[in-house]
Structure formats: C-alpha cells, structure tokens
Design a protein around this ligand. Structure first.
Ligand code: OVM
Length: 407
C-alpha cells in the first residue's frame, strides 16, 4: 500500500465536504486568513484529498477533537506521519507524542518543573534581561525586531532557566524550526529545515545530558525526578529535549507576534500604557489573534466520529488552531486585536491533557518583555513591511522592522 505523507489514505464518510487545498502552501502559511475562513465555512469537518486527512477549524469541534485524547491519540504523531506505520525523524517525544498512562507520568514531572511557583523564581532574571536588551535597542532606534529582540530574548533566558552549560542561539532556533516543520508534509520548507539536522541533532542530544546541566535549573529538576524513581534517567534526558524542542521557537514567535500586534495597532499600545495591568490579558489576545502554533494534528486511535460523521481508525485529523481562534461564532469581531478582550478558552496553548505545559514560563517571558517596553518605550512604529516566515506548524515573522520611540 502506498502511504500519503507517511499515513494510510482514508475514504471519508459520505457528506463530508471535500476541499482541494494545500494547507501547507507557502502563500497560505504566510497569510492564512482566507484559508481559515473557507475551512470554517465548508463545514464542521472537511476532507483534504491532497494529504488524505480530515481538517477541523470551527472553534467547538476543534476544541473537542483536540482535547479528546481517548479517541484522538498523540502517540501516532501530531503531524501527518503516522508513527504506527513509519518511523519518525527522531525518537518520539515522551510527552507530546505519548498517550496515557505513559503521558501521565512524564506530564507530572514536567508540570512540577514548569509550575507557576517555579516560573515566578525566574521573574527577576527575565525582567533584568529584558531591560538590558531594550535599553540597547533604544540606542539603535530602528531595529529588526525578530533578529534584535524576539530571538535574542528567549535564547538568552531560556538556556539559563534550563541550566544549560553550553548554549548556541542559532542551533536552538534552528532545532525549533525542524521540530515544528516536521509535523507538516515533506515539502520544501520541511526539507530546508531538516538540512541542518546532521549538525544540530547531535548537539541537542549532548546538551540534554545530566553533566551538561547545572544545579538549580529546570533540567536538574527533571533529573531529580529520575533520582526519585519517578522516571528513568534516559527519560529525564528526553524530557530535557522537550524543553529545547518546545521552549524556544514558540516564545520567539510569541514575542515577535506581540510586537507585530502593537505596531499594527498603536491605539492598543496606548491603552496598555494607560493601564499596564492589562499586560497579561494583552498577551492572551496576541496569542488568540496570531496563534503561534497554527496547526497540530491527532490520529483516530479507533473508529470514532466527528460532528456525527464516522471516522476510520488511523485517520489523521489536522486541528487548525488558528482557524478556531479566529472563529467569529466564538469571538465577536474576531479579526480585531483588542487587549481588553480576555479571550478565555483560546486554543493557542492547545486544550486538554496535552495543553501547553510551559505556558507559565511563556507568560513570564512575555510579561518581562512587555513590562520593560512599557517602562521605556512610548511608541512602537513600523519601519518597513513585516514579512512572515512560512512554517508547517508555526505562524512567525521572518522580519519585523520597527522604530522604538523612547519615553
Ligand atoms: C516535545 C515537544 C513538545 C511540545 C511541542 C513540540 C512540536 C515538541 O516534547 O518535543 O513541538
């Protein structure tokens, strides 16, 4: 049997709309709005023959599929490749690409390491780093915010939080690009990201070893769980790899997208300056409007249903989080960035047992950046056209020229 993008082709149930689209086309990845609208318009669930997958993008059904870990498993991969049929590009993540009961154990260890209490201990480091970075950028005036702020900040603070002894900002960003592009098809974007694998994967693996992690960091906490017998030492190394996989590209994207939102919506920046206590809510709205992780998938682990339609075992379902986060049936005036919206229930961190375990750290990083900007920056103005960087799972900027006008 021929596989399509590493999974078995399906025969969709009668009545499911068929849409001849490539969701991973570079033009769609750069500007997904029309694709999101059409996906929602077509129905609760849509069949995409190009990859022989189902897709969901309306808010309620996307939330339902994404959090239904009993019917829609993660252990067969959260991208197009079915790990039950084809070996993945790297040993599967023991948290992202795992189901209960295995997932329950690793999730507990990671939740403890990434708890709100632990995130708080990094607040001063994050804030001091943000202040230094932003003071330097104010000297420059006009910046390229991806290279000058969005990438340097997480690649500086996150290795410190993890306790990495060796660090390489380029490798961390490029590894993130591999991990997230890997969930898409074998297209040019994925192949380009993967072309760095030979150099980067061994470096990442080495960086996860216990002797490369200092005491007092997140990495050491995970190894302490191995000492306590909760997980094996090999699993501890794999969980450190999860920090490095999920913790860099996502927060780089969150910062870039936040700057984009404010530079495009100066009135919202003015409102935030007037009431800095809205910073957390503002970041949630950045997440809703830009959905840094735009698409992740699941696999039907058994015959089941979506919106009443039968779904065969082995069916890959792409969950278009960006479409759910801009569904006007859920979010009035969905395309408007409004910092006081308080978008409870947005899907940018996922939902259910796999919901982002690092979200407290992500919020702490953004709070530090926004807080330092609010202190020092009067206006954030576009200094050229923003350019998006197509990625099979991430909606991130490639270039964001800005002028920062000091207070
Ligand atoms: C991981 C991981 C976790 C979350 C996201 C992610 C695809 C990877 O455990 O490696 O990116």
């Amino acid at each position: 049997m021929t596989l399509i993008e590493g999974h078995r082709p399906i025969t969709p149930a009668d009545g499911i709309p068929v849409w001849d689209v490539d969701p991973y086309d570079e033009a769609i990845l750069r500007d997904p709005h029309d694709y999101h609208r059409e996906l929602r318009r077509l129905g609760e669930v849509v069949y995409i023959p190009r990859y022989s997958v189902l897709a969901v993008g309306r808010y309620e059904v996307t939330r339902k599929v994404f959090s239904d870990h009993e019917n829609f498993v993660s252990s067969r991969g959260v991208g197009l490749n079915d790990f039950a049929l084809e070996d993945p590009w790297r040993p599967p993540s023991i948290i992202l690409e795992a189901d209960p009961p295995d997932h329950t154990i690793t999730r507990k260890v990671m939740s403890r390491a990434l708890s709100p209490k632990v995130a708080k201990t990094f607040a001063d480091l994050f804030r001091a780093t943000a202040e230094t970075l932003i003071a330097g950028l104010l000297e420059k005036g006009t910046i390229e915010a991806v290279a000058d702020m969005a990438e340097p900040f997480p690649t500086t603070v996150f290795p410190k939080a993890v306790g990495m002894k060796d660090t390489n900002a380029r490798y961390l960003v490029d590894y993130g690009a591999m991990v997230f592009n890997a969930v898409g098809p074998d297209n040019a974007i994925r192949r380009r990201a993967m072309s760095h694998a030979g150099e980067i994967v061994p470096w990442i693996t080495a960086a996860c070893a216990r002797d490369r992690l200092s005491d007092g960091g997140l990495g050491a906490m995970v190894y302490a769980a191995a000492d306590a017998g909760e997980i094996s030492h090999e699993q501890a190394g794999m969980l450190v790899r999860s920090f490095l996989s999920a913790g860099v590209d996502t927060t780089v994207t969150g910062i870039g997208n936040a700057l984009w939102c404010f530079s495009q919506n100066p009135g919202e920046w003015a409102r935030l300056k007037a009431d800095p206590s809205l910073a957390r809510a503002a970041f949630e709205e950045v997440l809703r409007v830009t959905s840094p992780v735009h698409t992740f998938g699941r696999t039907a682990g058994r015959a089941t249903r979506i919106a009443g339609f039968p779904v065969e075992e082995g069916t890959k379902v792409i969950c278009v989080l960006g479409a759910a986060n801009s569904d006007p049936d859920k979010w009035p005036d969905a395309d408007t960035f409004r910092i006081d919206r308080k978008p409870v229930g947005h899907m940018a961190f996922g939902a259910g047992i796999h919901g982002c375990v690092g979200q407290n750290i992500a919020r702490a990083e953004l709070e530090a950046i926004l807080g330092a900007l609010l202190d020092k920056v009067d206006r954030i103005e576009p200094a050229g056209a923003p350019e998006w960087r197509p990625n099979n799972a991430i909606r991130a900027l490639d270039r964001l020229p800005l002028t920062l006008i000091p207070k």
